[in-house]
Design a binder for this molecule. Sequence first.
Ligand SMILES: *Cc1c(COP(=O)(O)O)cnc(C)c1O
Length: 465
Amino acid sequence: MNKITNHMPTEELQAIDAAHHMHPFTTNDELSQKGARIITRADGVTLTDSEGNKILDAMAGLWCVNIGYGRDELADVAARQMRELPYYNTFFMTTHVPGIALAQKLAELAPGDLNHVFFANGGSDANDTNIRMVRTYWAEKGQPERDVIISRWNAYHGSTIGGTSLGGMKGMHGQGSLPIPGIEFIDQPHWWAEGGDTDPEEFGLERARQLEAKILEVGQDKVAAFIAEPVQGAGGVIVAPDSYWPEIQRICDKYDILLIADEVICGFGRTGEWFGSEYYDIKPDIMTVAKGLSSGYAPIGASIVNDKVAKVLDACEFNHGYTYSGHPVACAVALENLRIMEEEGVVNHVKNVAGPYLAEKWHSLADHPMVGETKIVGLMASLALVPEKGSRAPFASDAGTIGFMTRERCFANNLIMRHVGDRMIIAPPLVITTEEIDVLIERARKSLDEAYENVKAAGLLVAAS
Ligand SMILES: *Cc1c(COP(=O)(O)O)cnc(C)c1O
């Protein structure tokens, strides 16, 4: 077998990749025609590919590289931990120092009485844990019939059976006979796409009150929990109207429904607070975390549980866990990541420097002829592509056609900006500087200009009737 190195010609690597590597969320036949882009190194906010291109990663990998690439401290900690104790489990009355220290750190950082940590390997399996936790909680309290979890259409909660079921992505449900039983959905608070003539704040209330209606429809004595991302990430960086979250909190309190905040993207500084729940002043019973927890340097996730829920679960044997729950290397890396975030004031940088600066520049794109609304919270932002300035009408073409054409231009201009349908989204590393934000915006505008010309030339600048 050949040794795989960075120095093999790109085409050879692409051919091997196409022959053997099945990519996630990809039509692999199409990809193998084009050849996957091969990333070889990264530093700060910049990726290098096998052709030597320098690419500004305005997605922080998959929303996770919060402290940026190339931090030797994390590599050093991982190597040290691997030498000292590469692995031990936390199942049979054992524990280890990195697991202890990280659980304590998370309890300290998490708001309120979220003081208890159950480790997973990422966000999806942490959400699987949450399904079992909330159902077990109610069963232990003598209400086993209380097992329905309410979520939202177009939510993203991961890609395992549980995560996919909790998520509201119909294209994912369609593969594998999902969701599992006992998951119900309400509509998302996406005013731009679904608000019609309703005032945004009124719309926020209406969408929140769907939760109340759903609880009454299912029966209060059957509902275990409501799960939501503070800001929907993969759904298109959808920011709810301000009226939304207070009403959701009121309803959860009134009906004694557990609230699960999926903080996998919003957690660890993305919003300019440590957690999205603090940004919106919500009081979850459980928070799902992953991604920025280790800045993506090692796979790790967790459910952070409040005193009320932990008290009930701790009184029974919870028959659940992963071989790598609390993996010592991942825990050590996450701890070092959090140390750097605290000592370098990364959350403050988002709130007071990079966030406000990006907000001003991002909103300046709203004058572009193909841009409708621009939205931003902290360092996660989206913009709606539109065929007709001043109208919220979508394009006549299949959803995503124009977004994809725009992403192609970003790709060509060495900017990683994603599209979700015909929305463009960014979530750069939290350590991005104002100079790097200038480059980001310059490339984004250039890409929008080029995409606009291409869309016009293709006769696609047409609104759906
Ligand atoms: C990415 C994501 C997940 C899934 O996390 P994985 O680590 O990919 O399993 C869950 N919830 C949200 C909100 C996410 O963005």
